[in-house]
Design a protein around this ligand. Structure first.
Ligand SMILES: Nc1nc2c(ncn2[C@@H]2O[C@H](COP(=O)(O)OP(=O)(O)OP(=O)(O)O)[C@@H](O)[C@H]2O)c(=O)[nH]1
Ligand SMILES: [Mg+2]
Length: 727
């Protein structure tokens, strides 16, 4: 088999932006105009093809990135629509890792928003060439040039407007393409073809000199939308100035255009386009387009721009990896005759076909039924079915080639970030880095039946989402789930209940405290019962001593001779461990303690395993009370990046949260603060920081270590806990 589309004609692109900028609305239009769908899906009506999950349709937001494929001008475009909400940043991260180019959307009223900055910097890290689309030009207050200015100032980028809007707000009817020198008019009816009006060469200057072609165009435009002709005429002056600016900007970057410019020649459409493409691929500029996705305006030129300016897989540097055995660096060209290498970037539990693994093929090809080598885990896997995905619909394919994004059924052990390759040419590609979950809640299944289904469901969900973790806390007997934020966990719980029908009670976000001791103590534990017939007898003498933070529990047996028969030693240890699960201060688990069994006595008839277990437990509880117990709390390391003007407020807030600043630095135009802050003080931090900084600061947070709770705080905490803990 040969590949259906030449690799030069493939585009793998992601759509990224702040929440609600219109990513899904744009994607739905792309699917419609490329002939992939027959009806436009609407986010607001819950009919968007890309937002197929119930939770997405209910809330009108994207939660999980959805991939789809469409054809445009004999090219194949693979598009990934990503979510804008910060809790789902994992989806943007993994998409950018495997895509070649991006469309960044901006809301023409709000301009560059906080999350636009975040995704822009994420794309910077992956060196993704991108075009910018100023959406919502129909909104009251829309301003194309203000947004262009913000792209330059706030993102420290080099915007290159290659279009100007044809009218704004209510009057936004289309765009003027400065490269091709045409006006595009988009009729209100989505099924009607757009009208393309070629601009006169010396536009605006001499009405008498206007060519026939232009006059005919104006008439056609007026026929579609009365008044459109006048709008085009009145935009000619600005179009001329802006084109001149465009040519000058490109001439600064490109020698070929510079020569033509200096010689005073008219720069042709093709010449300009090639130069803009070179500068975009080199990540020097971002071409800026505009339109209104909701009004179906500007989408076709956007698709043209994806082809004209964004890279094919062969236009980006060859992928790098290492040899799994030797560690030597290996490069792979994006070509079908290279050995097969692919990166799994997403695992989805599909209700119809089962476990789906999405991967990006970097080199070589692979067919349905073939054996591949998972070089990350040193194992073999068989590709059952190969699928091309269209959001939630899928199409079986026989074979796939370098530069594609596809999904496979049948890979059992492959997880997100694994490399799949040819066993005889092994390579491990760089895995994807994910942030650590920062918030936990306890969930309890309602029935025994729910219990079993719950652990299976949570296992599946955490496989799909590397920023979601689940664990069973044997100390409290609860299942603890952790994630990136409250919305993240809310969606997980909702999916668990609706998709998998697990009933559960859900707690509030909580801190996992622990207890420890600060000095040694020695006690005797006696468990002696005389109840007429057969009695109970176990006596132990124990020493407890604090260990270093993080050292854990240790049991030492120092019994010499036959003070206690050997068979009773391990029951003592068991009793000790049980007692340590609930501390004497506030029932939190006790950590970092050494327990030594030094002596004891027994009774030839009444002694039993149970008696020694009880004696061990009792002794430890007494010893803990005498060993000056303390409360420990998790300390998080927070890193905040804030614009200069909010620096003082952010720092003050960190201090108010019992924070200890460890570093202050400058990164580009942002100030960086690193601090250690107790987890208990970080609840609501996302919201707090947002309101302090107008949403312009970003932060990451991860667990660092456990530390003693200061006594004033501990008193309040213990008072609260003891208030309802009955003993
Ligand atoms: N006026 C106007 N509204 C628009 C336009 N494009 C999108 N919208 C509206 O903006 C809202 C958000 O659109 P979405 O497409 O869901 O935005 P998104 O970027 O996918 O949002 P997330 O996936 O949640 O990050 C919806 O109510 C859309 O109807 C536009 O061009 N003009
Ligand atoms: Mg969306």
């Amino acid at each position: 088999m040969t590949r259906p589309v030449l690799i030069e004609k493939v585009r793998n692109i992601g759509i990224i932006a702040h929440i609600d900028a219109g990513k899904t609305t744009v994607t739905e239009r792309i699917l419609f105009y490329s002939g992939r769908t027959y009806k436009i899906g609407e986010v607001d009506e819950g009919t968007a093809v890309m937002d197929w999950m119930a939770q997405e349709r209910e809330r009108g937001i994207t939660i999980t990135a959805a991939a789809t494929t469409c054809e445009w001008s004999e090219h194949m475009i693979n598009i990934v629509d990503t979510p804008g909400h910060v809790d789902f940043t994992v989806e943007v991260e993994r998409s950018l890792r495997v895509l070649d180019g991006g469309i960044v959307l901006f809301d023409a009223v709000a301009g560059v928003q906080s999350q636009s900055e975040t995704v822009w910097h994420q794309a910077d890290r992956y060196h993704i060439p991108r075009i910018s689309f100023v959406n919502k030009m129909d909104r009251v207050g829309a301003d194309f040039w203000r947004t262009v200015g913000m792209i330059r100032d706030r993102l420290v980028a080099r915007p290159l407007p290659i279009q100007i809007p044809l009218g704004v707000e209510e009057k936004h009817l289309g765009v003027i393409d400065l490269v091709k020198e045409v006006a595009w008019l988009f009729p209100a009816d989505k099924d009607e073809e757009p009208v393309e009006v070629p601009l006169p060469e010396r536009y605006g200057e001499d009405r008498d000199g206007w060519p026939e072609e232009f006059m005919a165009g104006l008439l056609k435009a007026d026929a579609v939308t009365p008044g459109a002709g006048e709008l085009i005429i009145s935009s000619l002056g600005e179009a001329r100035i802006r084109r001149e600016e465009l040519v000058e900007a490109v001439a600064e970057l490109d020698d070929q255009v510079l020569i033509s410019y200096l010689e005073g020649r008219h720069i042709s459409d093709a010449e300009l386009r090639k130069a803009v493409r070179r500068a975009t691929l080199a990540n020097v500029v971002t071409p800026v387009l505009c339109g209104s996705a909701m009004r179906n305006r500007g989408i076709q030129p956007l698709l043209d721009a994806v082809i004209d300016y964004l890279p094919a897989p062969v236009d980006v540097p060859p992928i790098k990896g290492v040899h799994p055995k030797t560690g030597e660096t290996i490069q792979r060209q994006a070509a079908d005759d290279e050995p097969f290498a692919a990166l799994a970037f997403k695992i989805v539990a599909d209700p119809y076909v089962g476990r789906l693994a999405y991967f990006r093929v970097y080199s070589g090809k692979v067919s349905q039924g073939s054996l591949v080598y998972n070089s990350t885990h040193d194992g073999r896997e068989r590709i059952g079915r190969l699928l091309r995905m269209h959001a939630q619909r899928r199409e079986d394919i026989q074979e796939t080639y370098a530069g594609t994004v596809v999904a496979a059924v049948g890979l059992k052990k492959t997880v997100t970030g694994d490399t799949l390759c040819d066993k005889s040419h092994p390579i491990v590609l760089e895995a994807i880095k994910f942030p650590e979950p920062v918030i936990s809640i306890a969930i309890e299944p309602r029935t025994k039946d729910d219990q079993d289904r719950m652990s299976e469901t949570l296992g599946r969900l955490s496989e799909e989402d590397p920023t979601f973790r689940t664990r069973y806390d044997s100390e409290t007997g609860q299942t603890i789930i952790s994630g990136m934020g409250e919305l993240h966990l809310e969606i997980i719980v909702d999916r668990m209940m609706k998709e998998y029908r697990v009933e559960a009670n859900v707690g509030k976000p909580e801190v996992a405290y622990k207890e420890a001791i600060t000095r040694p103590a020695k006690v005797e534990g006696r468990f002696i019962r005389q109840t007429g017939g057969h009695g109970q007898y176990g006596v132990v003498e124990l020493e407890v001593a604090p260990r270093e933070r993080g050292a854990g529990f240790q049991f030492v047996d120092k019994i010499i001779g036959a003070a206690i028969p050997r068979e009773f030693i391990s029951p003592v240890e068991q009793g000790v461990k049980e007692a340590l699960e609930t501390g004497v201060l506030a029932n939190y688990p006790v950590v970092d303690v050494e327990v030594t069994l030094v002596d004891g006595s027994y009774h030839p008839v009444d002694s039993s395993e149970l008696a020694f277990r009880m004696a061990g437990s009792m002794a430890v509880r007494q010893a803990l009370s005498r060993a000056k117990p303390i409360l420990l709390e998790p300390i998080m390391e927070i890193e905040v990046a804030t614009p200069e003007q909010f620096f003082g407020d952010v720092l003050g807030d960190v201090n108010a949260r019992r924070g200890h600043v460890t570093m202050v630095d400058q990164r580009g135009h942002m100030r960086l603060i690193r601090a250690l802050v107790p987890l208990a003080e970080t609840f609501g931090y996302a919201t707090g920081l947002r309101s302090l900084t107008q949403g312009r600061a970003t932060y990451t947070m991860e667990f660092d270590h456990y530390e003693e709770v200061p006594s004033s705080v501990a008193e309040v905490l213990l008072g609260r806990v003891r208030g309802y803990v009955r003993r």
